[in-house]
Design a protein around this ligand. Sequence first.
Ligand SMILES: Nc1nc2c(c(=O)[nH]1)N[C@H]1C(S)=C(S)[C@@H](COP(=O)(O)O)O[C@H]1N2
Ligand SMILES: [Mo]
Length: 204
Amino acid sequence: MEEERRETAENATVTGEPEKCNTVTFVGADGMEQSFPLDFLLERGAIVANKVNGEDILGVMGAVNQLWVPGLPAKYFVRDIREIRFTNEEVPPVIGPFVDDGHDYTNRPNVAAKAEYVGRVGEPMEFSGWAHDFDKRIIAVEFSLDNGGHWTRYDLGDTTPERWVSWTFAWTPDEPGAYQMKVRSVNEDGDASPVAAVHTFEVL
Ligand SMILES: Nc1nc2c(c(=O)[nH]1)N[C@H]1C(S)=C(S)[C@@H](COP(=O)(O)O)O[C@H]1N2
Ligand SMILES: [Mo]
């Protein structure tokens, strides 16, 4: 069987036998290699990006191209791809599941929160942050002012897994004192962040 070999616009070399392929391997200019099952890349709608919002990614991200797979963490996104190998492996690579292994995928669904450190009685305070959960949608953000005793849930509209949720929340204190706002996100399975984001502040 003859190998197919061609040059892409970015001068990456593509090798393999397309009709017998179950595995795709991306090789970066620095030697980084990452393999995926072909089916997985097709299902996810993987792309090799060379532009972001119409601009060359070289100027934006400092690489000539970068793999992007919806729902995957960035560690899989090979930068400066120089070679793409299409092969047929006896044991195709396995990706995920993205469970907390003590190093990666901790605190799913994830959330962050920030606000001013000093508020005033009767004046709205704005809390803001982001939430995301890799390949799962974020459906709500929850807030607690009593150390997690009670949570007030705000449902979100149309969210997708691949776009982070950027949220804002206004709250007006009516008593002075020391406060802690706890925030957690909720994913499409109804699971809330195991560890809440905490913002400690004072109201004068
Ligand atoms: N060629 C190459 N690609 C790479 C890496 C690398 O070391 N070499 N690091 C990966 C990791 S760990 C991350 S988090 C992302 C970072 O991509 P960014 O700099 O575009 O955010 O690139 C990934 N792609
Ligand atoms: Mo990373």
